[in-house]
Write a protein that binds this ligand. Structure first.
Ligand SMILES: NC(=O)N[C@H](N)C(=O)O
Ligand SMILES: [Mn+2]
Length: 279
């Protein structure tokens, strides 16, 4: 549509402005209808050092030990990662199962609400943009009355000395902005940076036109979910148009770079392993 500032781009429709935050993650703009009808068409790509998993490729199945919940695994060690990333679509009266022994878990609410209960403290309601970190072997339950979509990260906890992690509950908008020397994106981290934690979740915000200064190559691996906006992701020698709802796997050392485009900010959630010697 021709918008008044001369750019012929699809202005966000009025009702989108009234939608809850991250609404487009679970209601992605699928490809234009003529492409949806195109047999076999997908934007998804799986290569040796990266993958782009787009909403039309998600395959859901019941999550073992969860009740009334469908899960779509997006990233698993079969790709070479040391973590799993999955969407958990919780229906009415659903509950989570526990991760396996020694596995830590981070859940982030993308849509709806869940209640977190554990043996000791009282129950806590997690709504959109809230998260919880559950230490390994920490008994808990996430219960949903109506519906919820969670993005979940799990991995084997890597001990370091006598450090231990603890139950953490928070929300992105309450986390402080951190310094990003040499970069212009806004950065929040959901977990403490202390040595006890062997990964963190970065929330990174870009205004349209802003891009990563460093074309990064590093030993860490990433699981990314684009929560808002659109842009171009460079992974190795490939350049991908990406949009809200897209998921990206980045293996260690894959050259990576992002540029935000469009008329609204980009926000992505990024798993990154930290604080452990790569040897
Ligand atoms: N691809 C990324 O956004 N990477 C982050 N800037 C990071 O590794 O910290
Ligand atoms: Mn990186």
């Amino acid at each position: 549509s021709k918008s008044d500032d001369g750019f012929c781009s699809a202005a966000p429709s009025i009702d989108e402005k009234t939608k809850p935050i991250y609404w487009k993650v679970t209601n992605p703009t699928l490809s234009p209808s003529h492409l949806q009808d195109l047999p076999g068409y997908t934007r998804s790509v799986y290569k040796q050092d990266h993958a782009l998993i787009t909403p039309e490729s998600h395959v859901y199945s019941s999550l073992p030990d969860w009740t009334n919940t469908l899960g779509a695994y997006l990233i698993t060690p079969a790709m070479g990662s040391h973590f799993v990333m999955y969407f958990a679509k919780m229906k009415g009266m659903s509950s989570s199962g526990l991760p396996p022994k020694d596995i830590e878990r981070l859940v982030f609410v993308v849509e709806g609400a869940v209640t977190l209960t554990n043996t000791s403290s009282s129950s806590t309601k997690l709504t959109v943009d809230s998260y919880a970190y559950l230490p390994p072997n920490f008994h808990h339950s996430l219960d949903c009355v109506e519906s919820a979509t969670l993005v979940v990260f799990e991995r084997r906890y890597e001990h370091l000395g006598s450090h231990t992690t603890e139950l953490l509950v928070g929300s992105t908008n309450k986390q402080p902005l951190l310094e990003t020397p040499g970069e212009i994106f806004e950065l929040r981290k959901l977990l403490p940076v202390s040595l006890a934690y062997d990964f963190n979740i970065h929330i990174m915000d870009f205004l349209p036109g802003e891009f990563l200064n460093v074309k990064e190559v590093h030993y860490n691996q990433h699981g990314l979910l684009l929560l808002e906006g659109q842009g171009i992701y460079r992974l190795g020698d490939n350049w991908y148009p990406v949009q809200t709802g897209d998921v990206i796997w980045m293996a260690p050392f894959v050259p990576q770079w992002y540029a935000a485009l469009g008329k609204t900010r980009s926000r992505y959630l990024l798993y990154k392993d930290v604080n452990r010697n790569p040897l």
